[in-house]
Design a protein around this ligand. Structure first.
Ligand code: ZN
Length: 565
């Protein structure tokens, strides 16, 4: 039998035996051969062949042995020496927001207020009269030059209102913890000199008491509540777009950090229609009591493509908007320490219930006081009980030195986002000062040294989903412009292998799924990606140029850069 190999660039299928039978054979199995296949297993092996059958890995090893498995139903794909790694597992993102951001204005790349105004002006031209203009992703701390009439560090709405006098505009901050509205939106929401904010949040006002357009934390609800809901049609489209983005970026599993029942219904619909091209692991939005009651009653749902088995809570806000909850005041605004966003008793109560009902818990904590509060909740909960429940702290961004070892001691998973360090570290030092940055900000190595499991993600759409950017940040601790040359606090850099594990087997462990995915081993899902270059060996700067050539989920190709299959 002569073997016909297929080049990665070719979209033509050639069967293992002879060409004339191509029409009538459905390929049950696929042999990937001639690859540089990184298994990310215990021994960190590299092999040349991988055999997939019924969506699972049946064999990994040398080509000669793999050939014994070939049957008439085997499709053979020649990887042409390219690197294969397990698919990326995004450990903290917001899938529907990613999808909706594809429908709305993406402001993550605007470089200053002028550019934001120009983008909105274009949208106004294209909008129907009175239609809402929605967007997300701006970040005033990254802008150059800074807007002239800043109040409390934020731009004011005058120019936004001028460019869109009749269309209401609402633009969510990159962190999701603040929003920016124009006069029309505020008029519809009935914002006056006297409007109060229920709960923790703030309407930023000028010296005459007029709203500047910035709504922090819970104050956002004042505007959000008057925005017409997205239609079912728009949501289906958004989910489809989001899944396409994941496939293109080699993200074969996605851990969704907080969703409501409506979103779960959409996911279930896609699951039933076999349209999920990335495996979703979902945290329930912990702010919604009826949602939790319902799920605590029924218990976790575990499936091949959709698993609901965790609860997301939020202990504080973000560093950018000074909402992160700190032990000591902000260096650049000494009158505030930030604020907690959920009562400690509530988070503790929900965590206890989740523990009893077999759900994991992931609590957002950015500031050192928020991290301590969450560790205290977990410590109290685990007292004398099983610590193997893999509760998580989402972000684990700034931690007091005395609390760092508690991650290892308590078995708490540090769910970090390398790319947040890359984007935020240049100004984070203004918020925290040198001593706190050195002690406990983005301290990935220190966390690993406590034997904590560290897992990586992007918090998309807060940051773009691009896994190579977040991987680069973990190993270089530089901005995406490459600054500073030696990296910020270089002792905290991860090795290439540690960073790869934090994006594959680590997050699998963080979801009780390490027996199914995260490494390329016999019996696991055939979820892997083919790369243009080896991310373990290319020059550091070239990491950002690596391309995903193919994405395979459960043995099915869901993306091919050549557009084939
Ligand atoms: Zn998030």
């Amino acid at each position: 039998m002569k073997l016909a190999f297929i080049r990665p660039s070719s979209a033509t299928l050639i069967m293992a035996t002879t060409l004339q039978f191509v029409c009538c054979v459905s390929f049950a199995d696929t042999l990937y051969i001639n690859g540089h296949i990184r298994l990310v297993d215990q021994e960190n092996q590299i092999v040349e062949a991988l055999y997939e059958s019924r969506g699972k890995i049946q064999f990994v090893g040398q080509a000669q042995q793999a050939k014994r498995l070939i049957s008439e139903q085997t499709l053979i794909i020649d990887l042409d020496g390219k690197t294969v790694i397990p698919g990326f597992i995004e450990s903290h993102g917001h899938l529907m927001s990613l999808g909706l951001s594809q429908l709305n204005l993406d402001l993550s790349t605007v470089e200053n207020y002028d550019a934001l105004i120009q983008r909105v002006a274009l949208a106004v031209d294209a909008a129907k009269p009175g239609e809402w203009i929605l967007g997300r992703g701006w970040h005033q701390s990254k802008w150059q030059p800074k807007p002239v009439d800043s109040i409390d560090g934020f731009q004011t709405h005058a120019r936004l209102s001028e460019v869109s006098p009749h269309n209401p505009v609402y633009l969510v901050h990159a962190s999701g913890h603040a929003g920016f509205a124009n006069a029309k939106a505020m008029e519809i929401a009935g914002i006056t000199l006297n409007t109060l904010v229920a709960g923790d949040g703030e309407i930023i006002r000028d010296d005459k008491g007029a709203a500047t357009g910035i709504f922090n934390e819970r104050a956002q609800a004042l505007i959000r509540s008057v925005i017409p809901p997205t239609s079912k049609q728009q949501q289906l489209r958004a989910l489809q777009l989001a899944l396409a983005v994941l496939a293109e970026n080699g993200v074969t599993s996605f851990q969704d950090a907080g969703v409501n029942q409506q979103t779960i219904d959409l996911y279930q619909q896609f699951e039933a229609e076999k349209k999920l091209t990335s495996r979703l692991w979902v945290m329930l939005s912990g702010a919604e009591k009826p949602l939790l009651e319902r799920w605590f009653e029924s218990g976790p749902q575990v499936g091949d493509y959709l698993t609901v088995q965790a609860v997301k809570l939020v202990a504080d806000g973000a560093l950018g908007s000074r909402g992160a909850w700190l032990l000591e005041p902000y260096t650049d605004r000494p009158e505030t320490n930030g604020l907690p966003t959920m009562p400690i008793d509530y988070m503790s109560d929900v965590s206890h219930q989740a523990y009893r009902r077999g759900f994991q818990v992931g609590i957002h904590a950015i500031g050192d006081l928020a991290n301590r509060a969450v560790l205290d909740i977990y410590d109290d909960l685990f007292d004398g009980k099983d610590r193997g429940v893999r509760f998580r702290i989402e972000h684990a961004q700034h931690i007091s030195a005395v609390d760092i070892p508690r991650f290892g001691q308590l078995g708490v998973i540090a769910s970090v986002q390398g790319i947040h360090m890359s984007s935020d570290r240049p100004w984070a030092i203004d918020r925290l000062g040198r001593a706190r940055i050195d002690e406990g900000a983005y301290v990935w190595r220190k966390l690993l040294e406590t034997n904590a499991i560290l897992i990586n993600g992007t918090d998309v759409p807060v940051e773009p989903i691009n896994p190579f950017a977040s991987y680069y940040a973990l190993v270089s601790r530089r901005t995406l412009k490459g600054e500073p040359a030696g990296g910020f606090e270089p002792a905290q850099k991860l090795s290439r292998l540690q960073a790869l594990q934090a994006y594959t087997i680590g997050p699998a462990y963080g979801a009780f799924e390490e027996h199914l995915k995260g490494s390329l081993e016999v019996g696991k899902w055939a979820d892997f990606i083919v790369l243009s270059q080896d991310l373990m060996q290319v020059e550091e700067d070239d990491i950002l140029n690596i391309q995903v050539l193919r994405t395979v989920v459960g043995g099915k190709e869901v993306y091919n850069v050549a557009g084939g299959m």
